[in-house]
Design a protein around this ligand. Structure first.
Ligand code: B3K
Ligand code: ZN
Length: 882
């Protein structure tokens, strides 16, 4: 790299803005290659009155990126070029009066905007993405979240090509213009930061519904989609209405405008965006019907629609002071969407799924070269900080607060937060202060969760004294060093806790110093090491700790075969029932990996426990499916000092085979028993049955009986829904032979005109464990179905290969690494944000053997030596190499 390395921005350098924007009027003349943007900003000096002598007024800084400046006027007078200074990052104006009207005209080229930040075109529709710093690619503006103002937006465009013209807030006027053009004007009465601004213009179909809020406001709900997709909006619409009701009931939060719009677009850098009253969605995250979407897609749509809607209060009405506070809105809103989904579906199953995803995405991040705190202290490119840590660990931090304050206390804290901060841009400290002030709970030590990175390790040991009928529990914590942070302070860790008797019943927990003996407690670990002594216990207890995964830590605890059986079979906390089984299987698998993969026969104790769960009709099928799913290869890798992808794969397949052979009859019975002739319903119950049925099918194909594969072939061809079809194909993609190719080919032919299903097809090829996968993936880059300009396609093929196929990505010759490096360099020129998101698998190099380490570092060096690297890719690649 010849250009100077991009500079980092630091949290402690925060300064409040010098100027307020009292109002903003924007007018767009939309043309694909030359859109004109006129902005009128009423500006006021926001410093102390003593600074008001004219000479002392600081210059006004306006961010700008890739804009053609046409004119600047102050109070009606055009400025000449000596009165402002422009560089590649913006404009600095001399200010002579504490209040003035600034008018700026710029020209932009949406068609050339392949970064998908700012104003761009997706399948002929104009749309915007402004978070985090896209607004500066539309017009010059102080593009930071603590500058909030009211917007009036006028849109003018060709009426035939763009009959729908949308922006934030309420439609106030519209009309026709000469030359086949038309216009609309929008006003958003709520002050907002620029990142929540949005515009959409296109020829879109609209599905309409309505919602009446608790206080009687009638809200029009609209989902705009490409023509032909109207039939795929029902689930998203229903999710929206249920979210609106839920937020009223759980948090007393009502919608605040008469209109709520969702627009689906096919080219989008992430899932969706919460622009005020005009949410823009990746079509994948809102469109669904049984023929094209799986149960997992339905669940994700429900969660994402809710998430974006919930941002209206947590993010929009109260926003972030600066981007270091991103988790203020994201962690809190993820927590809210998790709670919503838990209420809509099975809370136990939802919790297990969330923990699985935390462990798959966040724990490795927290233990790798890009580890950062929930509130980072510095960044080069903020788009690189929309991470699992900020989102998912951030949500865990909020969940722990709810655990410490109780649900009622937490609600009081939320009420106080809105009472104090509605309409403001605030910090994570302001949030914690509201929680603490509303309840009197001291959160000072707890706030280390915001500033210390790394997953804490908690070790649990216990000793039962039969003569004294007492049990002594010792907890100790260590917080690992992470880049730039060492010697950390002990955290405040809330651990939900019970002691179970041999029947799985919770025993009274009487501490020596207390009279009360509840049957469950939250143990608050605050010191590096703490001991708790419980009295009056008639049996040696089974320790059920970190129930419901109350704290995001790595727990280390030894069980005897007897206590393990109690926890696995009878713990009333279903999370720990699941967790104990997973720990048991993990221990066995890691032993087998040590032995090169094959290891010994899977013990009867595990098989018996799995049989019991499989056949236990009292338990939710979705839970049973999760309990019978072995820990994934990536999770196992994360438990090892030096990862051996081949041995992990062999060990896991061997155990699957053992289980399949031992339980074949029961699995076949389950496979048949979970079939249904009823029409597809995306309910949690029906989805749970399909999950268990497909789990059984997976094991059956692993049992070594060739005829079991016929079940998968038939299911892939004859199912009436995408869930079953995909489940069968995911098995078939790993099996060499003509059926595989025939089934995948038939699938592509059937769905070649459905972009979202074509993504699934690409992902199936990318996740195959067969040896020729990399070659097939390379071939698919040239397939008519693939393009580097669409982020969904990139993630489906390249992303799934690199992050979801450890066996083939890490093949010993390093060809997987070099393939990824080349694609990242190529994509960086088109779309840096999406390119940067592909780097993480290479950053894990230190966990591999010497030969792979060298090859992975070499691939990272290839990226770093490319010319004109974006700050996005530069930041993550350089950090990954340290
Ligand atoms: N707030 C957006 C994410 C924007 C990402 C910008 N790189 C979606 C969400 O979290 O709801
Ligand atoms: Zn969000």
């Amino acid at each position: 790299m010849d250009a100077p390395a991009p500079q980092a921005i630091h949290l402690d350098a925060y300064r409040k803005p010098d100027y307020r924007i009292e109002s903003l009027a924007l007018a767009f003349d939309l043309e694909p290659e030359a859109t004109r943007v006129k902005s009128r900003l009423q500006i006021a000096y926001d410093g102390s009155p003593s600074d008001l002598s004219e000479a002392a007024l600081p210059p006004l800084w306006l961010d700008g990126d890739d804009l053609k400046l046409l004119s600047v006027c102050v109070d009606g007078t055009p400025l000449d070029e000596t009165e402002y200074r422009q560089d590649a990052t913006g404009l600095s104006l001399d200010v002579t009066s504490p209040g003035f009207l600034l008018e700026i005209e710029t020209e932009i080229n949406p068609k050339a905007n392949t970064r998908l930040e700012g104003l761009y075109i997706s399948s002929g529709t104009f749309c915007t993405q402004c978070e985090a710093e896209g607004f500066r690619r539309i017009t010059f503006f102080p593009d930071r979240p603590d500058v909030m103002t009211v917007y009036e937006v006028t849109l003018r465009a060709d009426k035939a090509l763009y009959p729908v013209l949308l922006s934030n807030g309420n439609l106030v006027e519209s009309g026709d213009l000469p030359d086949g053009r038309h216009w609309t004007r929008w006003e958003d009465p709520f002050p907002k930061p620029s990142y929540l601004f949005a515009v959409v213009a296109g020829d879109l179909a609209c599905v309409e519904d309505s919602f009446t809020t608790a206080s009687g406001r009638e809200v029009a709900l609209r989902i705009f989609v490409e023509h032909g997709n109207e039939g795929r909006c029902a689930y998203g619409m229903d999710s929206l209405k249920r979210s609106m009701r839920w937020d009223e009931e759980r948090f007393g939060l009502e919608y605040d405008l008469d209109l709520f719009n969702i627009v689906a677009v096919s080219d989008f850098n992430m899932g969706a965006m919460e622009n005020k009253s005009l949410n823009v969605f990746n079509s994948k995250c809102v469109l669904a019907d049984p023929d094209t979407a799986t149960d997992a897609d339905y669940a994700s749509i429900e969660g994402i629609v809710a998430h974006e809607y919930f941002h209206n209060w947590t993010g929009n009405r109260v926003t972030c002071r600066d981007w270091f506070q991103l988790s203020l809105k994201e962690g809190l809103t993820v927590f809210r969407d998790q709670e919503f989904s838990a209420d809509m579906r099975s809370a136990a199953v939802k919790r297990i799924q969330d923990v699985r995803s935390l462990r798959a995405r966040q724990f490795p991040e927290d233990g790798g070269p890009t580890a950062h705190p929930v509130r980072p202290a510095s960044y080069i490119e903020i788009n690189n900080f929309y991470t699992a840590t900020v989102y998912d660990k951030g949500a865990e931090v909020i969940r722990m607060m709810q655990g410490l304050l109780g649900r009622e206390g937490f609600r009081k804290g939320m009420d106080l937060y809105f009472e104090r901060h509605d309409g403001q841009a605030v910090t994570c400290d302001d949030f914690a202060a509201a929680m603490s002030d509303a309840t009197g709970v001291d959160l000072n030590q707890f706030k280390l969760w915001y500033s210390q990175a790394g997953t804490p390790g908690v070790t649990v040991t216990g000793e039962y004294d039969a003569a004294a009928r007492s049990f002594e529990l010792t907890l100790s914590q260590t917080i690992p060093d992470t880049p730039g942070q060492s010697g950390k302070r002990p955290m405040h860790i809330p651990l939900d806790f019970a002691l179970l008797d041999p029947d799985g019943q919770p025993m009274p927990l009487k501490l020596a110093c207390e009279e009360a003996a509840p049957t469950s407690r939250v143990l608050e670990l605050r010191a590096a090491r703490q001991t708790f002594r419980f009295e009056n216990l008639d049996h040696e207890p089974a320790v059920s700790i970190n129930r419901g995964f109350s704290a995001p830590v790595n727990l280390s605890i030894e069980h005897t075969p007897a206590t393990r059986a109690v926890l696995m079979g009878r713990d009333g906390d279903s999370f720990n029932r699941w967790e104990t089984g997973q720990q048991y299987a993990t221990g066995l698998l890691l032993e087998a990996v040590e032995a090169g993969g094959e290891g010994r026969q899977t013990p009867e104790a595990l098989i018996d426990a799995l049989r019991e769960t499989l056949l236990d009709e009292a338990q939710d099928p979705a839970f049973r499916a999760l309990a019978l799913t072995l820990p994934g290869e990536a999770f196992l890798a994360d438990q090892m000092k030096t990862v051996d992808v081949d041995a992990i794969h062999i060990a896991r397949e061997k155990m699957r085979g053992d289980i399949a052979r031992a339980l074949r009859d029961e699995l076949l019975e389950t496979y048949r028993g979970m079939q249904s002739n009823a029409p597809f319903e995306p309910t949690a119950d029906a989805a749970g049955k399909r999950a268990l049925k497909n789990l059984a099918l997976g094991y059956l194909t692993a049992s070594g009986k060739a005829e079991m594969w016929d079940l998968a072939v038939v299911q892939s061809r004859n199912s009436d829904n995408m869930t079953d079809r995909m489940a069968a194909l995911a098995l078939l993609t790993d099996r060499q032979g003509p059926e595989r190719d025939d089934c995948l080919q038939a699938f592509y032919q059937r769905y070649r005109d459905e972009p979202l299903v074509v993504d699934k097809w690409l992902a199936l090829e990318a996740m195959s464990v067969l040896p020729g996968t990399l070659e097939r993936v390379k071939g698919l880059l040239k397939h008519e179905a693939f393009t580097l300009t669409n982020p969904n396609k990139v993630r489906a093929l390249i992303g799934v290969f690199a992050a979801g196929n450890p066996l083939r990505f890490h093949q010993a010759d390093g060809s997987g690494y070099q393939f990824l490096a080349d694609r990242i360099v190529e994509l960086d020129r088109i779309n840096p944000q999406t390119a940067a998101r592909l780097i993480a698998p290479l950053g894990r190099w230190s966990r591999f053997d010497g030969a792979r380490q060298a090859l992975m570092r070499q691939a990272l060096e290839t990226i770093l030596s490319a010319e004109n690297l974006s700050p996005d890719v530069y930041e993550l690649t350089s950090k990954s190499l340290t």
